[in-house]
Design a protein around this ligand. Structure first.
Ligand code: NAP
Ligand code: MG
Length: 510
């Protein structure tokens, strides 16, 4: 009797077999094998013990004296005290901005405005190291990020927009000529303080507007140091004003009758409140809000490269990024291997002193944010997701810290798959087909960014057309350029920052 053929044996991929055979061996912690010597950045941040408000080209005390502390989240030590603006101060700032707009700045030709922007960009470059140290001290992000990303990118935004100042007619060709809007109210968050300031101010000034900007309460220092640069650049008084404080000050900026436009970057919740406040007021509005980006890894992707991209996507800036790749969608056939590689890589991340040049993951920005991350992680565990944190990860005793974390066993209905955690926590989901990947990726209230990892160019094109996200990165993540517009779909907001599209928010066509 003929024998029926043996059923085909499905052999796991070689890398997975190797991984499984090693799985029983004790975990090796990279840092224990080859410890790094401390490499602290020593440049002086030049932070004043007290900062006043910056209004009409001067540092001025608030009308009703009040100051709040800005602390270093890595040590909980006080760095400086910052003047707290009240309604009357916000009003003086808007009045100064309006006077500047109706005066020299409003009449200045674009080519002259551009010179100021170039000067500001160069002055920032001159003081780049000092600003990087100040940003790291005040916000907790690793020095290698503030040094290599935040500060250079902020300067790049001023350079880029300096070039547009005298070419706006070419940016907006047609019978209607671009004109500035007037005084704009701008509110920024704490995750990229100087860079968000540059994203807001550079296009506003290039287009001839004046601004009243509110930095986030926990990270005002680099904005106030930037005010020194504006003075050194001899920017006419009143063109840029900084009012400091918490959310109430932001609300005053939104409400002020002289604000012809409001530009807000922050949470979706506050964005909705601002939308309600400005509705029917005639004020223009752009909102850059939260995100829950999918980073999608197909089985043909270069896996080690994808691991790096996923790590960068979620642990960059401790996960305090609106565009963070906080949902990993990995094809089921490689999920086990990929997660194993990810865990191995996680164990090599250096968490600690943000001023150390080797640090990969710094401090959580504030006690409140740390509390929110802890709450969301507790929710994930309660929902049944499985938490992994590298066993060898030792956190400093003082300051606000959270170990880089991965949730496996996540389903699309889990809150950790739906809500923004804004911390170093990755939720892992799987998919089988391209259609399932698209459906799961788009199954979110947000739509700011996404990542696709595959060897196939045609699949990249298909995915980028199908994904409802303002930015889709392919075989990379977290790439930014001032010429490239950035912004969201759905609850991630509307309006673009960067590029010609970003300029459009700061002009009216007459
Ligand atoms: P947030 O609470 O909305 O705060 C953002 C800014 O708005 C801060 O300066 C805040 O002041 C101020 N603010 C708070 N309440 C306000 C109100 N009622 N009216 C006017 N201003 C008010 O957001 P966050 O938690 O600090 O920042 C994280 C959020 O920002 C995340 O959701 C993230 O995704 C989003 N984000 C988005 C982008 C983007 O480009 N789409 C970029 C970065 C961050 P205080 O903080 O000083 O109280
Ligand atoms: Mg601080």
């Amino acid at each position: 009797m003929p024998r029926s053929p043996e059923p085909p044996v499905r052999r796991p991929a070689k890398a997975l077999r190797q991984h499984r055979s090693r799985a029983s061996a004790p975990a090796l912690v990279f840092g224990d094998l080859w410890p790094y010597d401390p490499a602290p950045e020593t440049a002086a941040p030049d932070i004043r013990p007290r900062y006043e408000l910056f209004i009409n080209g001067q540092f001025v005390a608030p009308k009703k004296a009040g100051y709040f502390d800005s602390i270093n989240p890595a040590t909980e030590e006080k760095l400086s005290e910052i003047a707290l603006a009240k309604t009357a101060d916000v009003d003086v700032a808007f009045t100064a901005a309006k006077a500047a707009f109706d005066g020299a700045w409003g009449r200045m030709p674009g080519a002259e405005r551009g010179k100021y922007l170039f000067r500001i960009a160069r002055l920032l470059q001159d003081r780049a190291r000092e600003f990087a140290v100040a940003e790291t001290l005040d916000g907790g992000k690793p020095i290698k990020e503030s040094r290599d990303f935040d500060v250079p990118a902020a300067a790049a935004h001023f350079f880029y927009h300096a070039g547009w100042a005298d070419k706006l007619d070419y940016a907006f060709p047609g019978p209607r000529r671009p004109r500035p809007i007037g005084v704009v109210g701008q509110i920024i968050p704490w995750n990229f303080p100087l860079l968000m300031l540059a994203w807001k101010l550079a296009p506003a000034l290039a287009c001839g507007n004046c601004a009243v900007l509110k930095p986030a309460e926990t990270t005002s220092i680099t904005a106030l140091k930037f005010a020194e640069i504006l003075r050194d650049a001899e920017l006419p008084p009143g063109v840029v004003n900084f009012v400091c404080g918490a959310g109430e000050v932001g609300a005053e900026v939104v409400r002020h009758p002289l604000a012809a436009k409001v530009a807000f970057t922050g949470s979706t919740e506050v964005g909705k409140a601002i939308m309600r406040e400005t509705a029917g007021s005639g004020k223009r509005l752009t909102l850059e809000l939260g995100g829950k980006a999918a980073n999608i890894v197909f089985d043909d992707a270069p896996l080690d490269q994808a691991v790096e991209g996923v790590v960068n996507g979620i642990y960059f800036n401790q996960g305090h990024a609106c565009c963070a790749g906080s949902r990993l969608l990995v094809q089921e056939s490689i999920a086990e291997l990929f997660v194993a590689k990810l865990k191995t890589r996680l164990a090599t991340l250096r968490v600690g002193n943000p001023l150390d040049k080797n640090t990969d993951v710094g401090a959580i920005n504030s006690r409140g944010q740390l509390q929110r991350i802890r709450e969301m992680v507790a929710v994930g565990e309660k929902e049944g997701a499985v938490l992994y944190q590298p066993p060898g990860c030792r956190l400093p005793n003082k300051g606000y810290w959270f170990a880089p974390s991965i949730f496996t066993g996540v389903t699309p209905s889990h809150r950790v798959a739906r809500e923004e955690i804004f911390g170093p926590v990755l939720s892992v989901l799987t998919f089988r087909t391209i259609e399932e990947a698209i459906e799961k990726a788009n199954n979110t209230a947000y739509g700011l960014s996404a990542g696709v990892w595959t060897d196939k160019g045609s699949r990249i094109l298909q995915m980028s057309a199908a994904l409802k996200a303002g930015v889709v990165w392919a075989n990379t993540f977290n790439q930014f350029d001032p010429a490239s517009p950035f912004g969201g779909y759905k609850e991630s907001g509307f309006g673009r920052e960067g590029g010609r599209q970003g300029l459009g928010a700061y002009v009216k066509l007459d």
